[in-house]
Design a protein around this ligand. Structure first.
Ligand code: BES
Ligand code: MN
Ligand code: ZN
Length: 502
């Protein structure tokens, strides 16, 4: 789909479709009013007759309206005017894209971007609209014999005045970059485990690196052995697929590198379990297929990197992806096994299904060598996080409250929200082991907190946050599929850091 920005009056726009809104009270948006005036009350008459109630996401196509240059007008219901905020705005845009795709219109001009939203700039509205349009249009049909056809080819977002065009165009580019990052994350997540293996993720990273001239290296099993990553390697023992540690260095910062010292990078670490069977602590069969999504953390950090590279953000970003399958087998780790992590701390593996933390801890220790400004890891880490927060918010843990606040804000801004959970020392006792420095599980209570506590033992040397996306990375049921979260949150955080947010 092609996108552009235009400052124009709706009655003068020659599009296949012009999209305007109506509230439940019958009150029309400014653009709808203009169409109504040009057509001598054509729209208000329809509303008066009760053919358009204005209920949120209901809509009506009108054809060849007198005095109006476009072929169609799409009247979109906006709900109650008093309640109209971010959620309703997003819903209206999503419904518009669906309605347009089902119509005969190849192109459309949206005037919904002009509707005032409390405390939200035109840039925010355009960024959101572009992302939602592409995300609504998303299909994963690689393995389907029949593909659905899409009608809509071109979308124009209207802005009220010509001095908004520059801001809006920058926001459009940002929204599209975010959507591309989300799309990459969704595609990788949706791929089946027999296709998306650790090697496949490594190849994807190398391709991405080539496309955007990013430095990339892939550590193999032997390299990890030399580094002493026995915790990560212990998870790979049951699998026939070789594990990989993917490292990407994007260097976009323009600040002077004084005395040969480079600026400190931001590091993102993503859990890349391409299938989590549980290992010897085998999972029950129900919905086990969904454990192909256990690499969504990895997918999201790769998607974030793609968006950042596309926007050429002036920041330094390193992405680390530890990736392996978690499988049972004759060589697999067993409950009770003890391994030494790269940090030197020993771990008693009481449950082989708590494997995410085992691969992340070595990747986090590896991150130290980049002398990071901040490290954020993203992982589908615990079922307990889904119990705590459901599918709405990602779980957020941090050893740095400022960082936690910034990430919460970015999540609110992007409508990809996270909620902070405690990481108090009192919870550390859950990880006591009689035989090693720590156990890899903490018992039945506070499961997502004990998992975060485990990671915190490997992040003492830097400012760190952990996002548990077990409940937000994918949807189950009829709409089963990866969501691409938390790419929007992460990109917003980075946009803010780069000073590029309006
Ligand atoms: N990948 C899972 C977490 C998960 C489970 C995410 C269900 C989404 C839905 C993780 O590796 C895991 O199995 N965690 C265990 C930890 C437990 C053994 C301490 C869990 O949550 O049950
Ligand atoms: Mn597991
Ligand atoms: Zn897992």
């Amino acid at each position: 789909m092609k996108f552009s920005i235009k400052s124009i009056h709706p009655e003068k726009q020659r599009s296949a479709c012009v999209v305007v809104g109506v509230f439940e009270s019958g009150k029309m948006t400014q653009a709808a009013e203009r169409l109504d005036q040009t057509s001598n009350g054509y729209l208000s008459e329809i509303i008066r007759r009760g053919d358009m109630t204005g209920k949120i996401s209901t809509f009506l196509f009108l054809h060849t309206i007198p005095g109006v240059l476009c072929e169609r007008v799409l009247l979109m219901g906006l709900g109650k005017q008093k309640e109209f905020c971010e959620k309703q705005y997003r819903a209206a845009i999503g419904s518009t894209i669906k309605a347009l795709n089902a119509s005969g219109a190849n192109d459309a001009t949206l005037f919904l971007t002009e509707i005032p939203l409390k405390e939200r700039s035109i840039a925010w509205k355009i960024r959101q609209a572009a992302s939602i349009a592409l995300e609504t249009d998303y299909r994963f049909e690689q393995f389907k014999s029949e593909k659905t056809s899409k009608g809509l080819q071109k979308l124009i977002f209207a802005v009220e005045s010509s001095d908004q065009v520059v801001d809006a165009e920058e926001a459009l580019a940002q929204g599209l970059a975010i959507a591309e990052g989300v799309t990459l994350a969704r595609n990788l997540g949706n791929l089946p485990g027999n296709v998306c293996t650790p090697s496949y993720l490594a190849e994807t990273a190398l391709k991405l690196a080539k496309e955007y001239s990013i430095d990339c290296k892939v550590l193999e099993r032997a390299d990890m052995q030399k580094l002493g990553m026995h915790s990560l390697l212990s998870v790979a023992k049951g699998s026939h697929q070789p594990p990989k540690l993917i490292v990407l260095n994007y260097r976009g910062s323009t600040t002077k590198k004084s005395k040969g010292k480079t600026s400190k990078p931001l590091v993102l670490v993503g859990k890349g379990i391409t299938f989590d069977s549980g290992g010897i602590s085998l999972k029950p069969g129900e919905a086990m297929d969904e454990m192909k999504f256990d690499m969504c953390g990895a997918a999201s950090v790769l998607g974030t990197l793609k968006a950042v590279a596309q926007m050429k953000l002036p920041i330094d970003l390193t992405v680390i992806v530890p990736t392996t399958e978690n499988m049972p087998g004759g060589a697999a780790s067993k409950p009770g096994d003890i391994v030494a992590s790269m940090s030197g701390q020993t771990i008693e593996i009481l449950n082989t299904d708590a494997e995410g933390r085992l691969i992340l801890c070595d990747a986090l220790t590896y991150a130290e060598r980049f002398e990071p400004e901040t490290v954020i890891d993203v992982a589908t880490l615990t079922g307990a996080c889904v119990i705590a927060l459901g599918h709405v918010a990602s779980g957020l843990f941090a050893n740095d409250d400022n960082l936690a606040q910034d990430l919460m804000k970015a999540g609110n801004e992007a409508f990809d929200r996270a909620w902070q959970m405690p990481l108090w020392d009192d919870y550390q006792d859950l990880l006591k082991s009689n035989f090693a420095d720590m156990a890899n599980i903490g018992g039945r209570t506070a499961g997502s907190v004990s998992a975060a506590c485990f990671l915190s033992r490997f992040t003492k040397k830097f400012s760190w946050a952990h996002l548990d996306i077990a409940g937000t990375a994918w949807k189950s049921g009829a709409e089963k599929g990866a969501t691409g979260r938390p790419v929007p949150l992460l990109v917003h955080y980075l946009l803010k850091r780069a000073g590029k947010l309006n």
